[in-house]
Ligand binder design. Sequence first.
Ligand code: BES
Ligand code: MN
Ligand code: ZN
Length: 437
Amino acid sequence: MTALARSVDAEGGIDSCWRQGAPAGMSVSSVLFTGLGSEEVTADRLREAAGFAALQTSKAPRLVVALADSGDDLKAVVEGTLLGSHRTTKHGKPATQAPPEIAFLGHLEDAQVHYAVVAAEAVWRVRDLVTMPPNFLNPASFVEQVTQMAQGSSIEIEVYDEKRVAAEGLGGINAVGQGSLNPPRLMILRYQPAQPTRHVALVGKGITFDSGGLSLKAPNAMVGMKYDMTGAAVMAASTLAASALGGSIAVTAYLCLAENMPSGSASRPNDVITIKGGKTVEILNTDAEGRLVMADGLSLASALNPDLIIDIATLTGAARIALGERYAGLMGTAEGVAEIEGAAATTGEKVWAMPLPSELRALLSSDVADIANAKPGEVLGGMLLAGVFLREFVGEGIPWAHLDIAGPANNSSSAFGFTPKGASGALTRTILSVLTS
Ligand code: BES
Ligand code: MN
Ligand code: ZN
């Protein structure tokens, strides 16, 4: 093999592959070498390299993967290969290529294979949901899609339509959704094991399209805003996966679904709304809509007094500026942050802890409401300011983690590791890890 690799000048850099016809006597048609880089070969690196190889072999009907033969390394190779085997098809067209049959050299416990398959399926589901065009995916059809995925599972589903959203006092979701012909929804997923060891509440931002509302985005900034429901997709897919794995942690997921559109019935800057639980918010920028729907979700989650609240949202452009497209911004209580950091260390996903400076709270003061949703003209620390806003709606003493995934939700450049161009499904495996550990 080494000689064969030399003969094709395989240098072995990260995210590089070399393909070569198999030498006589081998029962495969071609051999693909995938680069591992020059640093220490870790399970994380193997996961990425296996995934990159799988992404490059989109036409192969069968793969034999021989990158590791046991333990955590093999587990990572299996995960990476599955993550890289997802194919995006053109909307409404049949898939041109079935997923490959994959064989691995070495031995893994059945439970480990099962976990890898379920985790990869969750990531695939997020990618598929996020990729759906926003004229096909709106709050109501998001509910339909997730309801279909939950068929046959033990998940209990409850859905509030726009009337119920208003009646329940979910003023944030109502205000963001009221300008659209596609009315808002709150979708609640409950996974209740027989003897729960713990209760985790999840909140996901599900803006199926973010035009900015009356604070309309510029044309170029609006492109890509179908991705604004990624948080809800991540929480739905990881809750379904946790139930498929039969974990012992109870999960309640709040998916805050709305389409943010301008119209005669849209929210205006200076409107004052009441979030679930009674706090009032002056809307100063209708494009800071994510924190409004998340505020309702966090209040609902807090009322359950769970052991942990995790929220995830494509919340701020500032998170992309600060951390780029590979790191999620992580904020929250010390306990919540540590929990996510621990989980991300096992999945290899990239998170970076950020502060929630209390002095920023003054920027959100309002003369007519308890808090404003933005400070017009303020450009500094936008990711942190959004986190400081959300903190107001988290119950005292509840461990809480907030993930701003505006960067990693979408890979706007070319494929790297197991991550294709477009919707990534990033952080789904980390949430699942928290729900199953
Ligand atoms: N959905 C956006 C954040 C976003 C921007 C995600 C770019 C992915 C890529 C969010 O609703 C938003 O518009 N945030 C504003 C907040 C501002 C008005 C305070 C932003 O970041 O500009
Ligand atoms: Mn917005
Ligand atoms: Zn948004």
